[in-house]
Design a protein around this ligand. Sequence first.
Ligand code: DGL
Length: 266
Amino acid sequence: MADPASPVLLFDSGVGGLTVYDALREVLPQAPVIYAADLAGLPYGTKTEAQIAARVSGLLGRMAERFRPRLVCIACNTASTIALGMVRDVLEIPVVGTVPAIKPAAALTRTGTIGLVGTDATIRQAYVDDLEAKFAGGKRLLRVAAPGLVQAAEAKLRGEPVDPALIADVRDRLASLAEGARIDTLVLACTHFPLLADELAAAFGPDVAQVDGAQGIARRIAHLLEGQSFATGGAPNRFVVTGPIAGAKGLEAALRSRGFGDAEAF
Ligand code: DGL
């Protein structure tokens, strides 16, 4: 049985995994959480598979040694679709990944045409091809990369405005693909993107549903930890960043409202 003070470790390149954290707090508010943002490695989406795999498995190995978590969640589609297997080989605790929510999107679409927005690295993964073949057979999955939205989500959480042209560009690129006008369901295949749900809804309109994996992942974590006891000792959850602590500047309000203490350096 895990030590009651042992945390759940949520990991992402930046603040995107907070969308998973928010969902987790709904179902498991009593669990102590350490959220680790690899700001020194952000963004992952423009890196190579080899760079991401080495970085994520190395960092999570060191973080697991230091924080002794009971479970690790890779709250990042890019890292999960590339490095989930490798991280599971390295760690001896449960590792939950975040993969594009193609299955629920396929169940939801009425036109049979789904848009998938992710990072450059995610949309080219065989992992995504496999999910498409398994769950979206007979449907059309149109993929676009939107690295600008990662930056926009990071900025938004720091209180900066989001440029509507960035969102319109993603909408227009999807619409310009064959059958793109038929998209009625959008897979947000990057944990940063639900932070822009309002902006995406404004650009895509009320007839396009957004689907992401956060709730499903939170339920999976809660299921894996069923029956375990938790003790925070009244301490706030911890938010840890790689690189200079100044990288977390501007996030104070977002962290405080979510029950985190001040950002700490890893
Ligand atoms: N949040 C990450 C994801 O879910 C990606 C952001 C990045 O490019 O680092 O894919």
